[in-house]
Design a protein around this ligand. Structure first.
Ligand code: TXA
Ligand code: MG
Length: 319
């Protein structure tokens, strides 16, 4: 595969053409890196599943460049979903909506709804816009990691995760480190009121504020095939343990205000929640690069972004 560093328009155009040809393009977003394919091509999307070793009944988010294109993919969009779209797109949020005919089963995992996101990262924006101007309708992109593993937040991590599954025609666009560092907030908008399927940096409070709804606490979502809802996910090879009882040689992640246990190896010392989310996955990856057996993590308390961080760490700690 080709890795294109700090891609300019020329490289973006090549990458968009590769997508049109059915090849894969990994690209940066502000949350994590995605592994992209033409969302209307069954063959191209099949290659995503193969590269990730992902079960084929798991749906994939479709990335578009602007709200104007939303109605190509979704029907019966409730008003509150449009308010969310107008408030938080482009940005780290995915909306689950009733699908149109162009959202085929190989995108939705056979469900009647489709996940849509408009990312804000300039390279993602440029790639999707160029792809659309060449006739594309949307880029299907899960996080660019092997199924169940830690999402990549930079191009090197993409290469480590799936580099050996890419062909010489596939491309990795290198746009530096993702600024948010954990995956988008997923909001199911197919009920009367919004239901958060995966917490993220667009918080419950922000969603309630914009929609003027109390969040739906429905349990119907247990039937939805959302891999982020599986108990185990985002897991490094090292064993992740919650707490600060690390032994010498174990990895340790906590806010900078928390002291490192004697002999433990500090993998990240974020000063606040924003830095915590941004640095978490790379810290887990660094534990694996040095073959650590255990990583102890002290998760921050509280709501908002703290909840999203806790969600990821708890899933990483499940065996
Ligand atoms: O931040 C993100 O969302 C990143 C970037 C690349 O956009 N993408 C990402 O994709 O995290 P992925 O596939 O790793 O996680 C998306 C989650 C999956 O758990 C998937 O099952 C769920 O979204 N999802 C996608 N479409 C869905 C749908 N139609 N219904 C229910 N869940 C859906
Ligand atoms: Mg993922």
């Amino acid at each position: 595969m080709q890795i294109m560093k700090a891609p300019a328009q020329k490289e973006i155009t090549r990458a968009a053409k590769a997508l049109i040809n059915g090849d894969l393009v990994a690209f940066p977003t502000e949350t994590v890196y995605g592994l992209g394919a033409d969302a209307t091509s069954a063959d191209a999307v099949r290659r995503i599943y193969q590269a990730k070793n992902r079960p084929t009944d798991h749906p994939i988010i479709v990335h578009i460049s602007s709200i104007k294109n939303l109605e190509k993919w979704a029907v019966h969009i409730p008003d509150y979903a449009l308010r969310l779209a107008e408030s938080f797109w482009p940005g780290p949020m995915t909306l689950i909506l009733n699908r149109s005919d162009i959202a085929k089963d190989f995108i939705t995992g056979g469900q009647n709804m489709v996940g849509i996101r408009i990312p804000s990262h300039s390279i993602a924006q440029a790639l999707i816009s160029e792809f659309e101007s060449l006739g594309g309708l949307g880029i299907a992109a899960p996080s660019a990691n092997r199924f169940g593993a830690v999402s990549p937040t930079n191009a090197k991590a993409v290469y480590e995760e799936i580099g050996d599954m890419l062909t010489s025609r596939d491309i990795i666009l290198d746009g530096g480190n993702s600024s948010i560092g954990i995956e988008s907030t997923i909001v199911d908008c197919t009920f009367k009121s919004p239901l958060v399927l995966r917490p993220g940096s667009i918080t419950d409070e922000m969603i309630e504020d914009v929609t003027q709804y109390s969040l739906n606490k429905s349990s119907h979502h247990s039937k939805i095939k959302t891999s982020g809802l599986l108990k185990t996910h985002y897991a490094p090879n090292a064993k992740v343990v919650l707490g600060n009882h690390a032994e010498p040689g174990d990895g340790f992640i906590a806010l900078s205000s928390v002291q490192t246990p004697t002999g433990a190896i500090r993998l990240a010392a974020p000063n606040d929640l924003i830095e915590y989310a941004r640095d978490l996955y790379e810290a887990l990856r660094s534990a694996d690069r040095s073959n650590m057996r255990n990583v102890f993590i002290v998760v921050p308390d509280g709501v908002g972004l703290a909840l999203a961080i806790k969600d990821r760490v708890e899933k990483a700690s499940q065996e």
